[in-house]
Structure formats: structure tokens, C-alpha cells
Design a binder for this molecule. Structure first.
Ligand SMILES: Nc1nc2c(c(=O)[nH]1)N[C@H]1C(S)=C(S)[C@@H](COP(=O)(O)O)O[C@H]1N2
Ligand SMILES: [Mo]
Length: 390
């Protein structure tokens, strides 16, 4: 299944100049890099641990984001050389039979492939106004891939989950620099861990996971933000009490309302862990601020995701959302996948604003206003694209 060793990357020793979050420069331009192993040109947010963003132009031409342009996000340093033959996935905690599984052991279970969008909970954070702290991502902290592996529930069945279990905690090979810092571990509620769609994946778009995307194994939680998609997965612990660890109880919390929003500067109110993604449509062929020649119809295209339900419609508007015209949808790769869209708008001369709005199969639509919250999670509103015609 995995025959080659992941390459050591001298490039992972970061250029010293870029240890801080770079974000958007005043002129809106962000530095790009080709210095990372198995990656082509990416937008550099931070070099160590790496935060690499996918240029929007990549989404304009692919249903499946190529591995060498797939975004990268790590909280902590991780091994840069991994021998897949020696890798073990330990399964323990509240189970009848603790396990230590090799990749060959996993490959004996039924294999599954699912197309799914992996999106950082902070995707688009840098576009919020007012701004907030955290990686200043544009909309490129997401990507769509065909993930191949086995079901988490099949692995849990091998170990035998005991009565009274409530959650399943996953951890990877990365570790904090400071010993007292909390290991990156994320938990799924037991019912979700047992769903058919949650995978332990080794394959990404027909090949092994790139090192930076979690070689040799990662969790795939379709429809949920990628904070749960633990990379370099090496431990699964079944819990009989709620996970009180930092990364579940203290981090990745958002306002506990449908849109996860509050008034900027307003009281935070009750909070809940981020989980399900909301529908979004991102225009990929026209950059915000572009100058376009006059023509009777301006083509508009992009990618949409439906969250945990498929994309039902994408609509376009050139009059601030009073009138909408349906866009044509591209191939359907399943409910968790990107769905590309294309349409055309008649735009008069001068300054115009183009809107694209996705609605999913559960009838959830994008609001026109952005859902602001103090951590910049779950950006779900329509992203307007301002253009000048003429
Ligand atoms: N082991 C481990 N897994 C992790 C993380 C991490 O820091 N360590 N970060 C998570 C977050 S917040 C994101 S956005 C995704 C990014 O996945 P990618 O790097 O494959 O795009 O990985 C997730 N899985
Ligand atoms: Mo993330």
C-alpha cells in the first residue's frame, strides 16, 4: 500500500525571516513559496510550523485540489521522516481489546473512498472586518480530495468499544516544543465516530498522503471542519467521559448559535466546539478589485461546498441580492465534495459588486452579511467580489 518512505525535507528548516504570521500586506499581496516538499507554489502564511494557503486560481480549474497545491496547517513540529513499515496506530482506552495496528493490518479492512472538502475552521479569517487575531487566511485554507482508507468504525469494532463510551480522541505524531503545552488531540462524539463516513485515510487523490498533509494516516471527517482531521494519526483513545483536554475544551470554540456570530466587540455569550461546515460559494475566475472589459455577459465561475449536505443551488446576483440568477452546476462527486459552478451576469459600466450564494440539500443558504465572531471561525456569509467595468 505504501512502499516509499516520505522524503526528508531540508526545506522544512524554515527561512528565518518568516517565523511570524505574514497575513495580508497593506497592498493586499501575500508572499508565495515553492520551498516546501511535495508542494508547488503556495501562499506563505508562516513557515514553521507551516501554514500554506492554496491560491484561488487552483480552484478555478480543478474539481479535486491537486495534492501539490493542497493547503497545509500545523500547530506543532512534526517528524520529517516517517517509515510507514514501522508506523503503528494504537487503539486503547475504553475498549475490550487494545490494539497496535500496522498499515498492512488496516489494509485488510474494507476499503472506502469519499470525496470531501477539508476546510480549516479559520478559512477566510483575514477577510473579516473588523479583523481578529489568528492566521490571516484568505479563502484558500480549504481543498477537495478523494480520500481513501478504512472506516474508523471498523477499527473501533476490532477493539470492541465498551458500554459507557462517549467520545473517541485522536492524536498524531506531532508534539509541542514546550513539554507543558497540550498535545494536539481532538475528539469526536461516539455516535459521529461510528458514522459510515468517518475514515482513517492513507490515500489522497489516488496517491499516498503528502507528508505535510498527514502521511501516513489521517482522520477524515467529511462535512466537519478540518481541526478534527488529525494528521499523522497514531493514537485513538475511547473515552468514557467528555474530553477535557485543551484542544476540545478551550480551543476551537465558537458562539453557540446557528451562524456562530456575535456583534463585533459584543459579549461572547455561550460557546460550543466548531463542528459542521456551512454552505459556501467562492468565485474563482474574478479577483476582488478586478478591472474588467465591458461585454454583454460577464462569465462568473467558482467552487461551492454544501457543508454536511450536498450543494443544491448556486445563484448569482449583480444588484446586491435583490435578484438572483441560477448558475449551472458541474459534476456531482457526492455530498461532501466541491461542486463547481458557472454562469454569467449582465454588468453595466462602472463599479459593480458580484455575489454568489450557495444553498445545500438541507435548504441552508448563505446569509448576505458575514457572521463575525472573535476567533474568525465558520465564515459562512456571501463573499462579495467588487469589480470595475470599462
Ligand atoms: N496532527 C495534527 N493534525 C492536524 C493539525 C495539527 O496541528 N496536527 N491541524 C488541524 C487543522 S487546524 C487543520 S486546518 C488541518 C489542515 O489539514 P491539511 O494540512 O492537510 O490541509 O489539519 C488538522 N489536523
Ligand atoms: Mo484549522
Amino acid at each position: 500500500m505504501l512502499t516509499r518512505r516520505a522524503l526528508i525535507a531540508s526545506a522544512l528548516a524554515a527561512p528565518a525571516a518568516a517565523q511570524v504570521d505574514l497575513g495580508f500586506a497593506d497592498n493586499g499581496l501575500r508572499p508565495s513559496t515553492r520551498a516546501f516538499p511535495q508542494k508547488g507554489e503556495m501562499i506563505l502564511q508562516r513557515s514553521s510550523p507551516p501554514l500554506l494557503e492554496t491560491p484561488i486560481s487552483v480552484f478555478d480549474v480543478h474539481d479535486f485540489t491537486p495534492n501539490d497545491h493542497f493547503f497545509v496547517r500545523w500547530h506543532y513540529p512534526f517528524p520529517t521522516e516517517i517509515d510507514p513499515a514501522k508506523h503503528r496506530l494504537r487503539v486503547g482506552g475504553h475498549v475490550g481489546k487494545p490494539l497496535s495496528l500496522s498499515l498492512a493490518d488496516l489494509a485488510k479492512l474494507p476499503r472506502v473512498a469519499i470525496a470531501a472538502v477539508n476546510q480549516c475552521a479559520g478559512n477566510g479569517r483575514g477577510l473579516f472586518a473588523p479583523r481578529m487575531a489568528g492566521a490571516q487566511w484568505g479563502n484558500g485554507a480549504m481543498g477537495n480530495a478523494l480520500w481513501e482508507g478504512v472506516r474508523l468504525k471498523d477499527v473501533l469494532a476490532l477493539a470492541g468499544v465498551k458500554a459507557g463510551a462517549v467520545a473517541v480522541r485522536c492524536g498524531g505524531l506531532d508534539a509541542p516544543v514546550v513539554e507543558t503545552a497540550p498535545d494536539y488531540e481532538k475528539s469526536l462524539p461516539l455516535d459521529h465516530a461510528l458514522s459510515d463516513d468517518v475514515l482513517i485515510a492513507w490515500g489522497m487523490n489516488g496517491t499516498a498522503l503528502p507528508l505535510l498533509n498527514g502521511f501516513p494516516l489521517r482522520l477524515v471527517v467529511p462535512g466537519w471542519y478540518s481541526t478534527y482531521w488529525v494528521k499523522m494519526l497514531d493514537s485513538i483513545t475511547v473515552l468514557d467521559t467528555a474530553d477535557a483536554g485543551f484542544w476540545m475544551a478551550k480551543a476551537y470554540l465558537q458562539p453557540a448559535n446557528a451562524l456562530a456570530d456575535i456583534a463585533p466587540g459584543g459579549p461572547a455569550g455561550p460557546r460550543a466546539p466548531v463542528s459542521v461546515m456551512r454552505p459556501r460559494a467562492i468565485i474563482t475566475n474574478i479577483a476582488d478589485g478586478a478591472k474588467l472589459p465591458p461585454r454583454s455577459f460577464t462569465p462568473v465561475q467558482g467552487v461551492a461546498l454544501g457543508g454536511d449536505h450536498g450543494v443544491n443551488t448556486v445563484e448569482l446576483s449583480a444588484d446586491g441580492g435583490r435578484n438572483w440568477v441560477p448558475a449551472q452546476l458541474g459534476p456531482d462527486h457526492g455530498r461532501y465534495s466541491f461542486r463547481r459552478f458557472r454562469g454569467a451576469l449582465a454588468l453595466g459600466p462602472g463599479k459593480q459588486i458580484i455575489l454568489a450564494r450557495a444553498t445545500n440539500a438541507a435548504g441552508v443558504s448563505q446569509p448576505l452579511n458575514q457572521n463575525w465572531n472573535p476567533s474568525g471561525y465558520n465564515r459562512a456569509g456571501v463573499d462579495p467580489v467588487r469589480v470595475e467595468i470599462g
